[in-house]
Write a protein that binds this ligand. Structure first.
Ligand SMILES: [Zn+2]
Length: 387
């Protein structure tokens, strides 16, 4: 009996020793292919629910692996998933906790900035909040040593900035905005691992003639999209027709219009997002036509991902309902790629259903498509007027 216990003890001692000797985790850094964290491994038509996009070279601790994804430990209590193709492995262990340094809040001629000095490119997530209008950023692995937040008069949109340390290794940055409408923000690392939140100000003139509006015609080229139930018309052709009509009417109102495509081009979501990132619009409207396996389902719907961008999609839906289309609804937390950017308010418009006979008939009518463009613009104008 005694001998058996000794053997068991010895075995378990060496076993645990072996575990501490070779830790079953390693570190990776994100690459520059628009990496994003996911909450879990859930998959729907548009992929698992996204947590956040990340800058490149952000360090992540990998603790588990599946076929295409790594599970990464963000902090003691938080984990996430990232596609293996979005990261590369690095050598050498990193410290788990990082002290934060002083902050600055300031503005230039176009944007406000909040910067935080860190010693590493730590992962982060962000949320938009309404009533009051705030941006909150959680920095994982960050422990406060911030005793100094400089705030300059050049900051016009950031009303207040402060932090909480809700967990030992999570610092929460809270940015309160001056205007009720969130016009977007971008999080990235600038030189010397400075975490930067760039906050877009509300445009001074809230008129289409002073705004840059991006239009995305869904699908295109090899990506056909849905097909009409009786005529077999292709979604990609009719999203382009509506997008061009929308562009024509917006230009008439002296708006600055950019389009992700003007021809029957094959474009990936990554290419669309890269283009929009370079163009930096004030607003984005995506045009799609819906489809359902039930031909009785029809109507118009608008979609948003972040609560701060909901008002635009609500105003457009309300305006579109004057076209006597059925109400399919205003849909939140939608995982569509072009609802993903935090940089500018965006709205996906699913004009009507190609799988519904009466909707399809209307989509075929050029007068209806003109009316759709007019109502989308009226919706944008109501959104602007309400601010
Ligand atoms: Zn579509």
């Amino acid at each position: 009996m005694k001998n058996i216990l000794i053997v068991l003890f010895t075995f378990s001692f060496f076993n645990s020793f072996a575990q501490t000797k070779s830790p079953d985790f390693f570190y990776v850094r994100t690459n520059d292919s628009l990496p994003f964290l996911k909450y879990g491994l859930g998959e729907d038509r548009l992929g698992g629910a996204k947590m956040t996009f990340l800058d490149s070279n952000v360090v992540l601790k990998v603790v588990d692996s599946s076929k295409d994804d790594y599970k990464v430990q963000l902090s003691q209590l938080h984990s996430a998933y990232i596609q293996k193709e979005k990261v590369h492995r690095i050598i050498g262990a990193e410290n788990n906790q990082h002290l934060t340094n002083s902050w600055s809040v300031y503005g230039d001629s176009l944007y406000d900035y909040l910067t935080i000095k860190l010693d590493e490119r730590l992962p982060y997530t962000s949320e938009m909040e309404i009533h009051p209008t705030r941006i909150t950023v959680d920095i994982f692995g960050a422990v406060s040593n911030t005793n100094w937040i400089t705030q300059l008069a050049s900051a016009k949109e950031i009303k207040n900035a402060w932090y909480e340390q809700p967990e030992d290794d999570v610092m929460r940055v809270i940015i309160e905005l001056k205007h009720p409408q969130n016009w977007g923000y971008k999080i990235f690392y600038s030189e010397n691992n400075k975490l930067t939140v760039m906050v877009k100000r509300q445009p001074t003139v809230l008129n289409l003639s002073h705004l840059k509006i991006a239009i995305d015609a869904g699908h295109g080229g090899e990506n056909i999209g849905a097909s009409g139930i009786t005529t077999n018309i292709k979604e990609k052709d009719y999203t382009l027709l509506i997008a061009k009509e929308l562009s024509r009417q917006l230009i008439k109102k002296k708006a600055n219009v950019i389009m992700t495509r003007v021809k029957d081009t094959t474009l990936s979501m990554y290419e669309r997002l890269q283009f929009l990132d370079q163009q930096n619009p004030d607003l984005l409207i995506s045009i799609h036509l819906n489809s359902s396996s039930k031909d009785s389902i029809g109507g118009v719907s608008t979609y948003y991902r972040y609560i701060g961008f909901r008002p635009l999609s609500q105003a457009i839906l309300k305006s579109m309902l004057q076209l006597r289309l059925d109400e399919f609804g205003n849909v939140g937390n939608f995982n569509f790629s072009l609802n993903g950017p935090t940089e500018y308010p965006n709205c996906l418009v699913e004009v009507a259903f190609l799988s519904n006979k009466s909707d399809e008939k209307r989509i075929l009518d050029p007068k209806f498509r003109q009316a759709v463009a007019t109502k989308i613009i009226a919706g944008i104008e109501i959104f602007l007027k309400n601010l």
